[in-house]
Structure formats: structure tokens, C-alpha cells
Design a protein around this ligand. Structure first.
Ligand code: UDX
Length: 434
């Protein structure tokens, strides 16, 4: 081991999770090398710049770049490492299956880089990317083939970071999941996280790699389904003229249910929930089981934007009319628009022939790259000016205090998908589930 408690850690793949993890491990005192085939990413890390936007990350990279955080496009550093993390992205195909081609290549190349070492001195290879349990063996086999050693172990250490708080989530996790098949693998992961275990005492789950992979999917599937269930119940509440948030507060007081992730509305988006729920449905179906609850969770989520549009339709015909879309990011605190609920809403308005004017405090540029043909306003007030209706899609704080800006609407009609604003006198206000 490197010095007393320091490890030499290589992180292959400098995407969102890989970069956060590399910088955070460096900050814990480990000697980290980030390996990525993209020269621009490696250049950025060398220069001390963060290739992605995440609160606190730029500081960590600036502080440790050139010191105990290095970057490289080649796999040379693997031979001297204690731990090698595979954090390569796994894109999804049309059907929702994950594509592990790049991850397999990274695993094989990692295996090749350590092939000449005696097994006891090799680094422990750990999968960080989200892969379904059957894929754990695919990745292990690729690494084993590269190393020319069929018995090579590959561990699984899934990630539960949230966008917008990834750096602090790394520092203060609720739980750590170590999926290993040997004591050495477990010792190495324990050593890597020792400063965190000592400081914050998270629950540490020690299990096998397949179970670790399943825990990650179960975690995201459970949370996504929890939101879909409260949305399903919320839709019932709306039909009965009942406030779903009052109901959610009451049921959340039951410890068995818990108060978090009960905000009903236009549903879940982002890079994880939609991708992971579909991937585990696909993997389960391929194995011969159709997960009915998860399929329903996806179906409810897909319908929520249409329900918002129906509420708008009840009050106004938007053809050739100006309609404001407030909020484009998939959640507040990020400029990420992947699977944002704003996308189906904008498309639905376009189908109705509306003139869409969108506003987001930080995500307009990202959305413009995807949907260039609509108008993007510089402020929420400008988006509302002259509109016959407004849809609130992301729960940005600034939307809570728009007040007088609504006066500039041609018609004060607001459909709120996130329970952000208080209705004003003279306003026609529709909450999605309240
Ligand atoms: C999620 C998981 O929380 C994280 O553990 C995993 O590693 C990656 O996926 P993230 O995608 O960053 O993290 O977002 P999260 O804060 O969990 O929100 C996901 C979506 O659910 C957002 O679109 C959010 O608006 C929505 N949501 C969340 C609700 O609609 N209601 C809620 O009560 C909570």
C-alpha cells in the first residue's frame, strides 16, 4: 500500500461519476490518476479545470491537479495501482438495454495493463458504472481475458450520488456497498473509504458483486416508483378535489413510508432514473420476468406531462398563442436537461400550434441545443409577458416570487407541475395533483 493509509487509485472514465470520484478520492489523500481516451478531458484535468459542472468539484480539481490528482490517456499507471475503478458510461439503446461495449473495452485494456503482474500484486478492479447483474460477469470476463487469467476478480461498488450535491454526497454517504468476491477486494475498498467511514459512520454493506449491482437498480427503481405511486395517488386526489400534498404529509409521517420523495407532480427525469428503470425492466424481461410495478411506474411518469397539457386545454386553446414554459432543467440546481419533463411539454405545445417561449435560470442553452426552434426568454417575466398560459416545470426558488410578473400575461392562467407558486387573486391556477 502507498504510504500508510493512502492508496494508488486509477479511475478509468472521466464522466460525471468518474471525475467526481477521482477528485474526491484525491481530496481524501489518495494518489489518483484519471484515465480517459478523450484528450480534451485529460488536458482540462491537467490544467486544473473541471470537465463537468458540479458544486465544489472545480475547487477540488484545482486544489489537487498536478499533486495527488493526475490525468492520462494511457493505461500505464494501472500496473502500480492498488485499485482500478471502471467508471465508463453505459449508454442505452432504443429499447432501454444498456450498451456495455465501451466498458468491456476498458475492462479488457485494464486486464492487459496488469497481465504481467503476479496475481497477489495486481490492483483490484472495481466496476463503478451502473450495470445489471448479468453484465457484471460480462465485464469480469473481459478483464480476465485481457489479463489472460480466467480467475481474475472484479468487484462492484455502485454509486448513489445525486446531481447538484455529488461532492457532498461522496463525503457523507448514507451507505457504502462493497460487492467483492475476496477478502483482499473488501480490504482494499475499506481502505479507500476509511476516512469517510471514520468520519461519518455510514452503513457499510458487504456482499457479492451481483447483489451490489442489483442494490443500485433496486435503489433507483424504488425511488422512481415511489414518485410514480405518489403521482398516481395525486392524480386520484385531483379528480376528487383533494390536495395530494396534504395527503403526502400525512402518510410521510408513517416511518414505514418516510417523508422523502413524496413530491407529486410532473414526474422524474434526469440521467439516472429513466435509464436505470428501463434497463432493469429490459434485463428482467430478457431473463423471463416482466416487472409489472416498474412498467406501471414508467407509464405513470410518461403520462404526467400529458395531464398538465390537458389541464391547460381545459381553459384555453393555445393555437397561435404565446405559452410560457418556466423551468427546463430536469430538477433545480442543475443545467442538465436530460429526460427533462420540459421536453414532452414543449413538444405537446408545439403539436397544438402554440408559440412556445421558454425560460430557465441556467439550462436554456442546453435546451436550445436540443430544441432550437422555440423562443428562449432572458427572464421569467419576459417569458410571461403576453402569454395566455404558463406551465411551471422545474421547482426553481425564483419562481416562488414572480408575483407582479404575472400581471403582464394576456391571461393569468398557470398550470403548476411542481407546486411552486401560490395562486394570486385573479389568477386561474391549476395544480397538477392538488
Ligand atoms: C438520482 C438518485 O437520487 C441518485 O441516488 C442516483 O445516484 C442518480 O439518480 P438525480 O438524478 O441527481 O439522482 O436526481 P434526484 O434528486 O433523485 O431527482 C430525480 C428526479 O425525480 C427529478 O426529476 C426530480 O424532480 C424528481 N422528483 C424527486 C420528484 O418528482 N419528486 C420527488 O419527491 C423527488
Amino acid at each position: 500500500m502507498y504510504e500508510d493509509r493512502r492508496l494508488r487509485i486509477v479511475v478509468v472514465g472521466s464522466g460525471y461519476v468518474g471525475t467526481t470520484m477521482a477528485a474526491s478520492f484525491a481530496d481524501l489523500g489518495h494518489q489518483v490518476t484519471a484515465v480517459d481516451i478523450d484528450e480534451d478531458v485529460v488536458e482540462a484535468l491537467h490544467a486544473g479545470d473541471a470537465p463537468i459542472h458540479e458544486p465544489g468539484l472545480a475547487d477540488l480539481i484545482e486544489r489537487h491537479a498536478g499533486g495527488n490528482l493526475e490525468a492520462s490517456t494511457v493505461y500505464d499507471s494501472l500496473a502500480g495501482a492498488d485499485l482500478v475503478y471502471l467508471a465508463v458510461q453505459t449508454p442505452t439503446d432504443e429499447a432501454g438495454n444498456i450498451d456495455t461495449t465501451a466498458l468491456e473495452t476498458a475492462a479488457r485494456m485494464s486486464g492487459e495493463a496488469i497481465a504481467d503482474q503476479p496475481p497477489a500484486e495486481r490492483p483490484v478492479i472495481v466496476i463503478k458504472s451502473t450495470v445489471t447483474p448479468p453484465h457484471v460477469e460480462t465485464i469480469r470476463a473481459a478483464a480476465a481475458a485481457g489479463a489472460g487469467d480466467e480467475t481474475l476478480e472484479v468487484a462492484m461498488n455502485p454509486e448513489f450520488l445525486r446531481e447538484g450535491s455529488a461532492v457532498s454526497d461522496f463525503r457523507e454517504p448514507d451507505k457504502l456497498v462493497f460487492g467483492t468476491s475476496s477478502q483482499r477486494g473488501d480490504d482494499m475498498l475499506t481502505a479507500a473509504f476509511e476516512p469517510i467511514i471514520e468520519a461519518t459512520n455510514p452503513v457499510v454493506i458487504r456482499t457479492d458483486p451481483d447483489t451490489a449491482a442489483m442494490i443500485k437498480y433496486a435503489n433507483n427503481a424504488f425511488l422512481a416508483a415511489k414518485i410514480s405511486l405518489i403521482n398516481d395517488l395525486g392524480n386520484i386526489c385531483k379528480e376528487f378535489g383533494i390536495d395530494a400534498y396534504e395527503v403526502a404529509d400525512a402518510i410521510g409521517a408513517d416511518d414505514r413510508i418516510g417523508e422523502q420523495f413524496l413530491r407529486s407532480g410532473v414526474g422524474w427525469g434526469g440521467s439516472c432514473f429513466p435509464k436505470d428503470v428501463r434497463a432493469i425492466i429490459q434485463a428482467a424481461t430478457a431473463a423471463g420476468y416482466r416487472p409489472a410495478v416498474l412498467e406501471a411506474a414508467v407509464a405513470v411518469n410518461a403520462e404526467q406531462p400529458a395531464r398538465m397539457l390537458e389541464l391547460l386545454d381545459e381553459h384555453v386553446d393555445v393555437e397561435d398563442q404565446r405559452v410560457a414554459v418556466l423551468g427546463l432543467a430536469f430538477k433545480p440546481g442543475t443545467d442538465d436537461v436530460r429526460n427533462s419533463r420540459a421536453i414532452p411539454l414543449i413538444e405537446g405545445l408545439q403539436e397544438r400550434g402554440a408559440n412556445v417561449v421558454a425560460y430557465d435560470p441556467v439550462a436554456s442553452e442546453e435546451m436550445q441545443a436540443r430544441i432550437p426552434e422555440i423562443e428562449y426568454a432572458k427572464s421569467a417575466a419576459r417569458a410571461l409577458d403576453g402569454a395566455v398560459g404558463a406551465l411551471i416545470v422545474t421547482a426553481w426558488d425564483e419562481f416562488e416570487t414572480l408575483d407582479d410578473a404575472f400581471d403582464a400575461m394576456d391571461r393569468q392562467l398557470v398550470v403548476d407541475g411542481r407546486r411552486v407558486i401560490e395562486p394570486r387573486p385573479g389568477m386561474t391556477y391549476e395544480g397538477l395533483t392538488w
